[in-house]
Design a protein around this ligand. Structure first.
Ligand code: NAP
Length: 245
């Protein structure tokens, strides 16, 4: 599939630097957790970057969630797009999908910032609820304002009260009921497992990570201490990842 033309339907600003775009585009279908390239014509070429899809595959409009990189060539332009604007959309791809996860009782999803996107897509499908006894979502942001998509997450909590565990991490200002340490610290000190009531072991867990590459490195190091190894198609393991920056 080459570039498809998409039309922006909605530009939702969450803060001065966070934005959701909804886009109508004739995509052939995708698997929850995958990303597409989104592009704009710049100087006669298509300037494009990968963005995870937040919507479930069953939903008609594509949705991307991103932060503005002030000095970047593309995100400031995407940030300004209004309904009716045209964007280019590439083919969906990526392996941060539940089909890749071995059968275990507990699926852990750990995200920083806009890395929450692919997990929201997965959580809006039936697969995680049919396959796992426990589904845990850890969402780490700097400030309360950046703790976005809370209505969707509250709906998931209501729909799956015994199965779904949501933990908010707000690391640069106090917030009631949120954890204030980083995700890897709460693995190291046992706080995360205490909150969820399930241990993180090679036998019972698979961990998906998305977002800041330092978070991914630090969580991976914690998991390796527990004899958990990176999952590869030919060698099934215990954690998978997608780096955002
Ligand atoms: P971020 O800096 O990755 O922060 C998101 C969350 O990830 C925070 O809770 C942060 O904790 C945590 N984190 C960072 N390193 C980690 C590690 N090694 N292990 C575990 N957790 C870790 O991402 P972001 O806030 O989405 O920002 C993305 C980009 O935007 C960055 O390049 C940033 O510099 C920039 N930014 C700009 C503004 C602004 O202009 N107003 C504001 C925020 C970010 P900590 O708080 O402890 O680092």
């Amino acid at each position: 599939m080459g570039w498809q033309s998409g039309i922006v339907r909605q530009n939702q600003r969450h803060s001065e630097r966070l934005c959701t775009l909804k886009i109508a585009a004739p995509l052939p279908g995708f698997t929850a957790g995958q990303f597409v390239r989104i592009g704009l014509p710049v100087d006669g070429k298509v300037l494009a970057r990968p963005y995870s899809l937040v919507n479930a595959p069953s939903q008609a409009e594509l949705e991307i969630y991103f932060n503005i990189v002030p000095e970047g060539p593309l995100s400031p332009k995407l940030f300004e797009l209004q309904p009716g604007s045209e964007v280019m959309v590439g083919a969906p791809t990526g392996f941060l999908v539940v089909d890749e996860v071995p059968d275990v009782p507990c699926l852990w999803m750990m995200a920083t910032g806009t890395g929450i996107g692919p997990f929201l897509s997965i959580l809006q499908t039936d697969a995680p609820w049919q396959r796992f006894e426990h589904v845990v979502l850890c969402f780490s942001v700097r400030t309360q304002e950046e703790l976005t998509y809370q209505r969707l997450i509250a709906d998931l909590c209501s729909a799956h009260p015994d199965q779904f565990h949501f933990l908010a991490y707000v690391t640069r200002e106090p917030m009631p009921n949120a954890l204030s340490e980083r995700i890897p610290q709460t693995i190291a000190n046992g706080v995360l497992e205490d909150r969820v009531g399930v241990p993180i072991t090679p036998e019972n867990s698979h961990v998906m990570m998305c977002g800041n590459s330092n978070m991914i490195a630090d969580v991976s190091a914690q998991l390796e201490l527990r004899n958990m190894v990176r999952h590869r198609r030919r060698e099934p393991g215990h954690y998978t990842m997608e780096k955002y920056h």
